[in-house]
Structures are given as C-alpha cells and as structure tokens.
Write a protein that binds this ligand. Structure first.
Ligand code: SF4
Ligand code: SF4
Length: 119
C-alpha cells in the first residue's frame, strides 16, 4: 500500500512529537482499545502500516486535538489514511453496504423529484 506524502508527513509529525502523555486517551474508547499510545501507533503505521479497522474505528470527533497540549491532529491523520486506503479499493467488507447505499441513493431509478408545481 502506497500512502501519500501528506499522510506520511502527518503520521511522522505525531510519531516524532507525541509525548505519550495519554491525555487524549482518557475519554477515547477507540484509542484505549487499539493502542498503547498515539506515538507508538503512528510509529507502527510508519514502519508496517495499520489494519484498516484501526483508522476506520476513529469517530473523527476531534476531541483528541482539543485536549492535546501540542494540538496534534490524530483525527486528520486517521482520515488521511482512510482516504488513501479507499483509493486502493474497499478496505473493509463492512463498507460494501455504504458503497451500495451511495450507488442506489443517487440512482435515477430510486430518485423522485418533487418540484412543487403540481397539486
Ligand atoms: S477523533 Fe478519533 S482519536 Fe480523536 S478522540 Fe475522537 S475518536 Fe478518539
Ligand atoms: S495528548 Fe497529544 S501528546 Fe499526549 S498522548 Fe495524546 S497525542 Fe500524544
């Protein structure tokens, strides 16, 4: 898997600056479940990548960047990883239903247009 330069740079910023204070982990069940701390997680990403379930489990709520003393943006990094993964095809079978929903909900077959000009 080839990640973009932008994604690598975001991950490197976290891996090199995170002090492992774990302030961001206090209220984040996702981080508590998937990592010892963000520094180690992003170091692991740089060395060997991550299972797609990990970046896809982040809620992208942004709370971590609010409480982080360094304002490290974990949510933006997880989103960037997701954007790279999806370019390579569906990274998770669970996303199949999302793909179908998007195809069907924009299909003319299932779309109704009410212009409001008929009684
Ligand atoms: S954006 Fe992701 S990592 Fe940050 S607090 Fe929310 S769920 Fe946790
Ligand atoms: S709050 Fe910031 S510095 Fe502390 S562990 Fe989380 S990402 Fe690292």
């Amino acid at each position: 898997m080839d990640y973009s330069e932008k994604t690598i740079e975001m991950a490197r910023l976290i891996a090199e600056n995170c002090t492992s204070c774990k302030r961001c982990m206090k209220d984040c069940l996702f981080l508590q479940q998937y990592c010892q701390d963000p520094q180690k997680l992003f170091q692991q990403f740089l060395e060997e990548g991550l299972e797609p379930i990990i970046p896809y489990s982040c809620m992208l709520c942004g709370r971590c960047s609010v409480v982080c003393p360094l304002q490290l943006k974990l949510d933006e990094a997880f989103l960037a990883i997701r954007q790279d993964l999806i370019k390579d095809g569906l990274p998770l079978k669970e996303l199949k239903s999302v793909e179908w929903h998007q195809k069907l909900s924009t299909s003319r077959l299932f779309s109704a247009v009410n212009r409001g000009d008929k009684k």
